[in-house]
Design a protein around this ligand. Structure first.
Ligand SMILES: [Zn+2]
Length: 270
């Protein structure tokens, strides 16, 4: 695995929500509700010219409709990182919620990778039921189907090695086929190898795993708990750092990248 690999989080949006809205059955904890900042990110794994994009954020018009403040899209932000959007060959889709697969149209030639369970679910009749449909955009699911017809979509189950030191692991829970990504940066000289675990929405906020408090949106609660166990096990491994999918703490647990305050260097834990 390359030693000059870069793993980055780009904060592309934010919103103020509340604990009661974010945690499943928050009343069980008998704590007063309070406001809670939530960030929206997509992620990049760069090995020189080779760029893997992990999720594509939400489309600006969809964010507007849903009341989320929007900062940028992948195609708008990549040039500042020295990346030509047309050079992005692979996009990992951690799950098919609206805030993770908007803007796929910016990458009409990229190859997409997601779990079979996720794809099958969102193209099944059950996805139209209210508590699922609320978190998806029908035209974006249609876009996934089109990619499948165009042979631009790889589906896998359980685990896939995407590149040396880049593993995709299906965990389910939040959605039927939610996946996490582990990206290892090789050691060099005195510097030991490090692994960034892109948890995406298997872990919106660090407190979910650290305090064993499930997120409010869940398709399979036992799988969600198993996911927290897996993430906590990974976090105990030397040099391994969790990257929560929506937590502003990401920006204090890792160093900011030279590109600006909305880009976080996930190979550099503080
Ligand atoms: Zn999300």
């Amino acid at each position: 695995m390359p030693g000059n690999r870069e793993v980055l989080a780009v904060r592309y949006g934010h919103r103020v929500t509340s604990f009661a809205e974010s945690y499943l059955n928050f009343h069980l904890y008998a704590e007063p509700d309070a406001s809670l900042e939530i960030d929206y990110y997509f992620w990049l794994i760069r090995d020189g010219d080779q760029v893997i994009l992990v999720d594509t954020g939400f489309a600006p018009r969809v964010g507007d409709r849903r009341g989320r403040a929007h900062h940028t899209t992948p195609a708008q932000s990549l040039p500042a990182l020295g990346i030509d959007p047309a050079s992005v060959a692979t996009i990992v889709i951690t799950h098919a919620h609206w805030d993770h697969i908007g803007n796929l149209g910016e990458f009409p030639n990229a190859h997409l990778v997601m779990t079979e369970a996720e794809y099958r679910f969102w193209t099944s009749p059950l996805a139209a039921r209210g508590h699922f449909a609320a978190h998806a955009e029908p035209d974006e699911i249609t876009g996934l189907k089109r990619s499948h017809q165009e042979d631009r979509l790889t589906l896998f189950s359980k685990q896939l090695t995407l590149a040396p030191g880049v593993e995709l692991i299906e965990v389910g829970g939040h959605t039927p086929g939610q996946l996490i990504v582990t990206a290892t940066i090789a050691g060099a000289g005195e510097r030991p190898a490090r692994t960034a675990v892109l948890a995406s929405d298997a872990l919106h906020f660090y407190a979910e795993a650290e305090r064993d408090r499930p997120f409010a949106i869940v398709a399979d609660l036992p799988a969600l708990y198993h996911g927290y166990d897996l993430l906590n096990d990974l976090a105990r491994e030397p040099g391994t750092h969790l990257v929560a999918g929506h937590d502003p703490l990401v920006r204090s647990r890792f160093m900011a990248h030279q590109a600006g305050p909305d880009v976080t260097d996930l190979s550099a834990p503080r």
